[in-house]
Structure formats: C-alpha cells, structure tokens
Design a protein. Structure first.
Length: 117
C-alpha cells in the first residue's frame, strides 16, 4: 500500500510540474502556435511580430488603435519604455511584437514597436 501511495503521489507531482510546459505547446505541437486572443480584443497574439496600420493614438492613455492585415482592430497598451508615441500618427504602418497575456494582465500590450520598412 505504501508503494502504491508513493507512486500515485509521484505521478500527481509530475503532472502538476508538466502542466505549465504542456500549456505552452499549441496546435501542431509547436510552442507558441496556440496563443490565445484576449477577450474583447480583435488582434490575435502571434509568436512573431507583424505589421499593423495605426488608426489612432492616445498619448495620455498610452494606447494605440491598430488594424491588422485581415481587417481586425484592437487597442494596444504601450508602456513608456516601449516607444515614444509622439513619433507615430494615424495612417502610419508599424511593426508590433506583443506581450503574452496572463491571468493578471489580460489587456493587449506591446513588447516592442518599430517603424515598418
């Protein structure tokens, strides 16, 4: 009985430790392929950066409204250390890399922004 209890406990511990690693593997078994959308936001999370059209810039709220190539739109939070929002305006094309959301920070946030070439 003691051996069975030990084996079950070890199996449960292994499953608990492996869950975060397995959760990062998305469609097709590729890490990052199953990234999710944030509720209420229109732009998908992508493991690689993508080019977006700027629809509007709110420097006070530090948000940028973007349109993806597929037409979907969404608001993105931009931290002060990420990019100087005074350098972009509606109509610009920018490349954006996103922060992967977690349970505490569900809003769409930019990790990096740079002009599209």
């Amino acid at each position: 009985m003691r051996t069975l209890t030990r084996r079950v406990s070890l199996a449960m511990l292994a499953a608990t430790l492996a869950t975060p690693v397995l959760a990062q593997v998305g469609a097709g078994g590729r890490p990052g392929a199953g990234r999710r959308n944030v509720d209420g936001q229109g732009i998908n999370y992508a493991p690689e950066a993508a080019v977006y059209s700027v629809l509007s810039v709110d420097t006070d709220a530090r948000t940028v409204e973007l349109r993806a190539e597929n037409g979907r739109t969404g608001f993105v939070q931009v931290g002060t250390s990420v990019y100087d929002l005074s350098k972009i305006k509606a109509g610009d094309k920018i490349k954006v890399d996103f922060v992967v959301p977690d349970e505490k920070n569900k809003e769409l946030r930019a990790a990096a922004i740079w002009p599209a070439s």
